[in-house]
Every structure is written in structure tokens, then in C-alpha cells.
Design a protein around this ligand. Structure first.
Ligand code: NAD
Length: 353
């Protein structure tokens, strides 16, 4: 297949591209290169004849239209989004623009392009929308995990804008017959994640012996999935998923934020500081995020039963791989910190550079 991936210079999109190329697909990567993108992530693909990069905003009508007519993809995997909850609280406008208007724009031109297709190309075309478990709101400790039919109840501007985009995609499937498929995934971790998200922040704070900020009491629970397992699941959903269906993607791996931070500290103790004080001593509890969801957990029986997919990375192994990757790839993350000055609610990694 020739797959048009949006947001392919980001954390998950780049993993999807590497994975899809390994499977023998060709890729057109449309990405606006916001602060969250790092062109170094896919620098190794520069001379790959099966890979093309287009710098464009998904809200730019002419750009999106011309990408469809020039590259004539067999499928779209739509990942481009503003993705950081803290930023959505500080400045929600960009989230509405990209996640809602940008998704509308992608649907509008995908539909026009799909309308022009004939025969097998038309029948086999897919628009795969990549979304999050955060659209379901949150759970108390003893509630059952979200399933695909759980009503939406988003809490943050980020999750509300993603929920809106999911509704648009379903409407384009139902009203216009655009062949859509959706997936909602739990928290991802792994290499190449922008250093403002929980796990990279903890690794880098620990590395530079800065206080490691944990929101509230650290009891919030997330369901963690290794990014390459997500990429594998997304290609499975694209190829085997039924039209108009939604698939939850997760690894049934619930963990409190505090436990994750402690796990990272223990691995950092082993890797960086054989003796003396544990990195756990750096943990500092900070004022909670407003509207902070208590718990996310995904019921993933549908993707297990209908598509035969399962995550294969064991959490501790994935975490160790991720930590080693950050320790060995300072040239990837250091310029991002310098340029962006991560002044979000988790605090600047001030002494690094
Ligand atoms: P990311 O922030 O790392 O990357 C987003 C990419 O989209 C960047 O390369 C950025 O340049 C691009 N982009 C943003 N706005 C754009 C625009 N207007 N036009 C073109 N490109 C634009 O995000 P991620 O963590 O890789 O997430 C990818 C997708 O997966 C998102 O849709 C997100 O909602 C979803 N998701 C993420 C997680 C997670 O844990 N990270 C979990 C579930 C679902």
C-alpha cells in the first residue's frame, strides 16, 4: 500500500512509518513540523525511495488537496494532532484548530479523492483515525475498563478536541460512506517521545539530579503500551479492521504514576549510580493538574478476539529499553530542550544545558 501518514514526524507517527516500511509499504509523511516534531527522528530515511516527506499543515486546504492528487494514496493514517494535555490547558486554541478543523480538512479532501476512485482502489481505500482513551473521561478505582461503546466524557481541552475529531470521522463514515476505521489507545512510551511527557521528563530529571515532579499524590492510574506495539496494532487495524468500527488498543498494563516514576528511578540507580542515594529521593509532589483524570483502563477484548492482536513488550523490558535509548541519544533530545524551554507544568529541566 501507499499510505499517507499525517503527523509522521512525531512520537507515534514515526514508529508507524518505520514499522510500515519494514512491512513493505510506501509512505508519504505529511507533517507541519510543530514544536513536537523532530526531523532527526526519521533522518535515516532521507534516501529511502519508498519514503516521501511533505511539510504542510493539515489545516492548509490547498496543501492537503494537492497531496491527495499528487500521491494518490491507498490509505490514510491520521495521527497529526496537538497531543499534550498540559499545553491544552494553557493554550487550547491550537488543539481546536489542528485536532478538530485539521481533521475536518483531512476528511473533506479524503472524501473528494475517494469519490474520484474506481473499482478496487475505491473499495479498498481506508481512512484510519488514531485516537486516545482519554475521550472516555476517567474511571474510579473499582469501575470496569472502558470498552468501545463507553459513552464519551472528555475532561481536558485535549481529550475534548480528540473526541470531537472521532465524532467527525464517524459522521463521514456514516453520512458519506467514506471507508473509515478508528482506534483509541492508552498511554504510549518508548524512544523518540518529546521530553515534556511523563517518562522522558522523569528520565532526564533523574539524569541531572533535579527534583522529579509528580502531580498530586501520584495515585493517578494510566494504562501503558510500548510504542512499537502500538504501531503493530495500528497496521493490524488498518489492514484487518472492519469498516466504521472502533478498536481499543492497550496492553492491560495499569500502573500509578508514582509507581512508574519509582520504576524509572530504580533502573536509573542500576544504570547511572551504582552506590549512594537512590534517585527516588528526588521525587517531589507538586500541585495537581486541574481536572486531572483519576484512572484510565482499556478493555481490549475486541482487538484480541476479532483481529488476533496482542502487545508483546513486557513493561519492565520496554521501560529499560526506553531509558537506555534516552541515555544514548542526547543529540536527539538536548536541542529540543534548548529550543523549546520546557516551561510546562512539570517544570524546566534547567540545569541540563
Ligand atoms: P506528537 O505530539 O509526538 O506528534 C504529533 C505530530 O503531529 C508532530 O510531528 C507534529 O508536527 C504534527 N502536527 C501537529 N499539528 C499539525 C498540523 N496542524 N499539521 C500537520 N502536522 C501537525 O504526538 P503523538 O504522541 O505521536 O500522538 C500521535 C497521535 O496519537 C495523536 O493523534 C494522539 O492524539 C494519539 N495518541 C497518542 C497517545 C500517546 O500516548 N502519545 C496515546 C493515544 C493516542
Amino acid at each position: 500500500m501507499k499510505i499517507l501518514v499525517t503527523g509522521g514526524m512525531g512520537f507515534i507517527g514515526s514508529a508507524v512509518i518505520r514499522y510500515a516500511l519494514r512491512q513493505g509499504h510506501s509512505i508519504v509523511n505529511l507533517d507541519g513540523l510543530t514544536y513536537a516534531a523532530n526531523p532527526k527522528t526519521l533522518a535515516s530515511l532521507e534516501n529511502n525511495q519508498y519514503y516521501e516527506f511533505i511539510k504542510a499543515d493539515i489545516c492548509d486546504e490547498n496543501a492537503v488537496k494537492s497531496v491527495f492528487s499528487k500521491y494518490r494514496p491507498n490509505a490514510v493514517m491520521h495521527l497529526a494532532a496537538e497531543s499534550h494535555v498540559d499545553r491544552s490547558i494553557e493554550a487550547p486554541g491550537a488543539f481546536i484548530q489542528t485536532n478538530v478543523i485539521g481533521t475536518y480538512n483531512m476528511l473533506h479532501y479524503a472524501r473528494a479523492y475517494w469519490d474520484s476512485l474506481k473499482g478496487e482502489n475505491r473499495q479498498n481505500f481506508r481512512f484510519h483515525h488514531v485516537s486516545t482513551d482519554e475521550v472516555f473521561g476517567d474511571l474510579s478505582q473499582d469501575e470496569s475498563a472502558f470498552c468501545e461503546t463507553t459513552p464519551y466524557d472528555p475532561s481536558s481541552p485535549y481529550s475534548a478536541s480528540k473526541a470531537a475529531s472521532d465524532h467527525l470521522v464517524r459522521a463521514w463514515g456514516r453520512t458519506y460512506g467514506l471507508p473509515v476505521v478508528l482506534s483509541n489507545c492508552s498511554n504510549n512510551y518508548g524512544p523518540f517521545q518529546f521530553p515534556e511527557k511523563l517518562i522522558p521528563v522523569v528520565i532526564l530529571k533523574a539524569l541531572y539530579k533535579e527534583e522529579i515532579p509528580v502531580y498530586g499524590t501520584g495515585e493517578n492510574i494510566r494504562d501503558w503500551l510500548y510504542v512499537d506495539d502500538h504501531a503493530d496494532a495500528l497496521l493490524t487495524v488498518l489492514q484487518k479492521g472492519k469498516l466504521n468500527e472502533t478498536y481499543n488498543i492497550g496492553a492491560e498494563n495499569e500502573c500509578t504514576n508514582l509507581k512508574i516514576v519509582e520504576k524509572v528511578c530504580v533502573i536509573m540507580d542500576e544504570l547511572c549510580q551504582p552506590s549512594k542515594k537512590s534517585h527516588k529521593k528526588l521525587i517531589t509532589f507538586v500541585e495537581d493538574r486541574p481536572g486531572h483524570d483519576v484512572r484510565y483502563a482499556l478493555n481490549v477484548n475486541k482487538i484480541y478476539d476479532d483481529l488476533g492482536w496482542r502487545a508483546c513488550t513486557q513493561f519492565d523490558k520496554g521501560l529499560e529499553k526506553t531509558i537506555n535509548w534516552y541515555l544514548n541519544n542526547k543529540d536527539w533530545w538536548a536541542p529540543l530542550i534548548q529550543k523549546e524551554e520546557i516551561t510546562n507544568r512539570r517544570g524546566l529541566i534547567s540545569t541540563i544545558l
